[in-house]
Design a binder for this molecule. Sequence first.
Ligand code: ADP
Ligand code: ADP
Ligand code: MG
Length: 460
Amino acid sequence: MFEKLLVANRGEIAVRIIRACKELNIRTVAIYSEADVNSMHVQLADEAICIGKAPANESYLRIDRIISAAEIADVDAIHPGYGFLAENAHFAEVCESCNIRFIGPSARAMGALEDKAVSRALAKKANVPTPPGSEGVVDNEQGALAVAKRIGYPVMIKAVAGGGGRGMRVAHNDISLVKGYHTARTEAEKAFGNSGVYIEKYIENPHHVEFQILADNKGHIIHLGERDCSIQRRNQKVVEESPSPLLETKFRKLRERMGRAAIKIAEEANYTNAGTVEFIVDNLGNFYFLEMNKRIQVEHPVTEEVTGIDLVRYQIMIAMGEPLRHSQSDIQYRGHAIECRINAEDPFDDFRPSPGRIEMYYQPGGRGVRLDTHAYAGYTIPSHYDSMIGKLITYGKDRREAMDKMSRALSEYMITGVKTTISFQQAILQDPNFRRGVYSTSFIEQLLSGARRDYLSGSS
Ligand code: ADP
Ligand code: ADP
Ligand code: MG
């Protein structure tokens, strides 16, 4: 059993990991930047070490400082959370070489899936469909034009190192392709330090459906069903749910086929620990592999609610060398869960981040309501990190009940001092198409441009 674990992250996910550790009787060490002195994860951990200044590249992204903190505190393991260094194969390797267990896949498996163009090739090898596109990185304009000519417009230019919906561009013709090719490369260089891009057929109005995987160190791999994350703004998830309304109604045979495909990808990569295989599904029921997220995901709670399995606890058990306690047939799905990401952003001002001090804070509760957050009254949200301040999750015996609980919970959630996306989430919950479970990744764009924008103008 691990005695002590360092949490190499901040915000709600650091709190989530500390909670799992407390329940397992593992002592915790928080690391924090100068901007996070008063952050909840620092208060909840058994020990806390300041590792640098506010900007992430002077703190949460500094491998050397995090490893020093781990050695000073003498921990057995590091949990990286999501974002920051969670999918950095080099970090996993440094942990391994310092004899600190990295809670995630091996550096090798991470490396095999690190680059998205390489992951595409791996999926093909595993006989899992990918959107038509380039073989690997596209090195110049001519190469980009040749791929587009072969697969046809529209196409998407995507950063091989991309994440969080950044570094992608859609092109509908040669002119926008050449322009998009260069802007995507520049953006990718700035955001990820890697300008490599590849090209994929742009699938119109698709559904984002992903499968949660668990794999132990003995070669057992299971999936825990899917999450539908099609409610996105600028390719970033906003609402997630399980099960997927699409797989429950229109394409009932897909769950089993996609679940098997997800496991094949994990097998091909010699994957261990928790991971997520992301797909898009078109309107004919074809599915395509997008990428594998080699970490715990933001939206993991909806899977926990419908399967009754604690994913972070499982991550820790697997890292300690424990075999999976569930076989595929042990996994049962009950009821329905929905998650709304609550961001400190102003929905009336193009979702501009709204850092600052939370004055009043009242959070919803009651049966079927879960809130994963680090926010509290008096907390100052720093401007240096992403703007998610909490995740509201509701559970019901069916989708209708989960939605009703979500609307009720959103209406109770009161935060003053900063702007939040609570009212925007409420608008989504009230939308007739959302309520019917009929939506694609274009849902939010339509909501913001269509007749229903009155919700956001405050006139409703
Ligand atoms: P999920 O599928 O778990 O929702 P996201 O793509 O939304 O994952 O990313 C989770 C978090 O990690 C977000 O806060 C996002 O901003 C951050 N993130 C994701 N990829 C990167 C990256 N390559 N670099 C920095 N931050 C990232
Ligand atoms: P990230 O690493 O930023 O999460 P993904 O490849 O997972 O990037 O894509 C994020 C989102 O972008 C998808 O959920 C989907 O909405 C959109 N997307 C990505 N690739 C395509 C594609 N080929 N066609 C249509 N939409 C896409
Ligand atoms: Mg993704």
